[in-house]
Design a protein around this ligand. Structure first.
Ligand code: GTP
Ligand code: MG
Length: 596
């Protein structure tokens, strides 16, 4: 089986993957398969009894005598036919239930597994995969796999069982006639293999188009404000229309591919009854075949022809499964690069909050130039470090190394004296309260957003943290206070309001290390002063690392660090740096409007 679309690390067999994941329902699934086989073999019983009836009671020189004296046998045959039909119906119902329930169970299990996988991935994963593509994997692709389990495998087994059982029966009745009918089969396989070659890449392309379409839709819906601001609706609609029509065309070409092969298959399938009629007729005349046997042959010829006809749709569905499962398995087998070391230290739940960088250098995996070089500094528990520097100098990259969002390329990041690579990620991150530069709030109540890191946080605590972040006043004015539902990305709130809720959320986990990335940039000076004041009087010990552009935010910090082009160029207190007359001093002059 080719796995061209899979990276080498995920070259796993698809069938094996399905089988492994059926663990827990394998016996049940096999029961379904057995049921399918039984049901299909039982399809032969009716023609079998019809042949018996004809040969005993109709086309027999003693037919009248048999009917007179063997009437019991006649009833037995009839009863057997009715009874077996009933049993068959029960089996069909039962197997249908089994396939449906096992496939739904599989879908549920894998979807949860994938969601879990996606949640645990590191930042690199999220810059590699686009949201729309991930969504396609979790929905459409998974459904193609479910369809494989529920329908494709079942149909394959049914077709093979029916075909084989009929052929065996035919051979028992007349080997020569059966062999002549069998001659056509290789031709059909050649056509089907050709079809597979033709349609396989089309399914892969179709899958890509769908993912592209979903990505476009997702990005546009979440970015609708930008679209509106630039009055680009028409452009976006046209772009989507182009993608949509391409998808639709690919869908059509894929579906129509079968039409090219269909006439050949249909001709072969239709040849069967003709061969039977000619050869069977000759055999009856020769007395080699009884009329009853001929009736059984012709009553079952569909059981040979139909599996051939369904080979096309089976192959089609199988190719769809192939394209979809490759995408799912890529996520299924992906491993985050940043994960717990098996020998990770088990530290006390609450850290002291000492942060130290030792000769740290850092480069993004996909980046060419180093972003940080030779960074060394220490922040003692309870201290406040302010980081300043022009845009793009590496401030955000630096603080992202503390919760180990990225791995350093050189040197060490230590928290409480331990290299972060030796800590348990969960423990490390539970100790860090981070308010990121791009604020993302959930579609939830304000209360739910603030208590995100600690869902059992009592209401009065939520209010307290909102007060710390100077958010309580505006929240109180909202129609439903803390129960006001805010939309995705905090729609309905101003930039400064969003920042304050994100600050309250970071504080609410009572972190030992609080990291604020430009968190008060959008709030007014007065409110900012209020926040600075509260941060000084938190009711839990906390080291603070604050990225800011305003001198008013940074001047009271214990240490101020100036980053320029990934290097620390200045480090000291406000007074020390002002005296130095460097970058910091120039900022002070610029912002206060006077020479200091
Ligand atoms: P501001 O937030 O604008 O003040 O900048 P910053 O100091 O926080 O800069 P940041 O640390 O975000 O970026 C530093 C450099 O790294 C910039 O040159 C960015 O272009 C680059 N960079 C940031 N994120 C990524 C990333 O995910 N991949 C790559 N390859 N480069 C990145
Ligand atoms: Mg930044």
């Amino acid at each position: 089986m080719e796995n061209n679309s899979l990276p080498s690390s995920t070259r796993h067999s698809r069938v094996k993957w399905v089988w492994t994941n059926l663990k827990g329902r394998r016996a049940f699934y096999c029961l379904g398969i057995m049921g399918s086989i039984t049901f299909n073999v039982m399809q032969l019983t009716i023609p079998f009894f019809v042949a018996k009836l004809i040969d005993t009671f109709i086309d027999n020189e003693n037919a009248a005598y048999n009917l007179e004296h063997n009437r019991q046998l006649f009833y037995i045959y009839l009863a057997a036919m009715v009874g077996l039909t009933l049993i068959r119906t029960v089996i069909v119902y039962g197997t249908g239930m089994i396939f449906e329930s096992v496939s739904q169970w599989f879908l549920y299990k894998i979807r949860n597994f994938l969601y879990d996988k996606v949640q645990r991935q590191d930042m690199n994963f999220y810059s590699t995969f686009r949201t729309g593509d991930l969504m396609t994997r979790m929905t459409g692709d998974l459904d193609a796999v479910r369809h494989m389990i529920a329908w494709v495998i079942k149909t394959i087994i049914e077709s093979v069982a029916l075909y084989t059982a009929t052929m065996v029966y035919f051979f028992f009745m007349d080997w020569l006639l059966a062999s002549i009918l069998l001659v056509i089969s290789p031709l059909i396989f050649i056509v089907i293999l050709q079809f597979r070659k033709d349609v396989g890449p089309k399914h892969a392309l179709l899958r890509e188009k769908l993912s592209g379409l979903n990505t476009d839709a997702q990005e546009n819906i979440s970015g609708n404000r930008v679209v509106k601001a630039f009055a680009r609706e028409k452009y976006e609609i046209e772009k989507f229309d182009k993608g949509n029509s391409e998808y639709s065309e690919t869908n059509q070409t894929t579906a129509l591919t079968w039409l090219k092969y269909y006439p050949a298959i249909e001709t072969f399938a239709n040849l069967m009854p003709i061969i039977l009629l000619v050869v069977g007729g000759i055999f009856i005349i020769d007395g080699r075949l009884s009329t009853g046997q001929f009736a059984a042959f012709s009553g079952l010829i569909w059981a040979i022809a139909n599996p051939m006809r369904s080979l096309g749709s089976i192959m089609n569905e199988f190719q769809r499964f192939k394209a979809a499962s490759a995408k799912i398995m890529e996520i299924y087998y992906s491993e985050p690069k940043i994960k717990d070391d098996p020998k990770a230290l088990d530290l006390p739940d609450r850290f002291k909050g000492r942060v130290e960088f030792k000769n740290v250098s850092f480069k993004y995996e996909d980046g060419k130039l180093p972003v940080l070089e030779n960074i060394s500094f220490t922040v003692e528990p309870g201290e406040t470090l302010a980081i300043m520097g022009e845009t793009g100098c590496g401030k955000t990259s630096l603080i992202h190394l503390i919760p180990r969002f990225y791995e350093v390329t050189g040197g060490q990041v230590l928290v409480d004296g331990h290299d972060v690579r030796q800590m348990k990620l969960h423990q490390l991150r539970k100790n860090i309260g981070l308010a990121t530069q791009d604020v993302l709030l959930y579609s939830d109540t304000i209360d739910g957003n603030i208590a995100y890191g600690d869902e059992h946080l009592p209401k009065n605590e939520v209010v307290k943290f909102a007060r710390y972040s100077a958010a309580s006043d505006f929240i109180a004015k909202m129609p439903e206070g803390y129960d006001t539902i805010i939309g995705e990305r905090g729609v309905g709130l101003s930039g400064g309001q969003k920042q304050r809720i994100s600050l309250a959320r970071a504080l609410a986990i009572r972190p030992s290390i609080l990291i604020l990335d430009d968190t008060t940039s959008a709030v007014d000076m007065e409110t900012e002063k209020e926040i600075q004041e509260s941060l000084k009087h938190l009711d839990f010990p906390c080291t603070k690392i604050i990225i800011a552009q305003r001198i008013s935010t940074t001047k009271n910090a214990d240490k101020i660090m100036v980053l320029q082009n990934g290097h620390i160029t200045e480090m000291g207190t406000h007074e020390e740096l002002v005296k130095k007359r460097g970058y910091y001093w120039s900022l002070v002059s610029l912002q206060t409007g006077e020479e200091v």
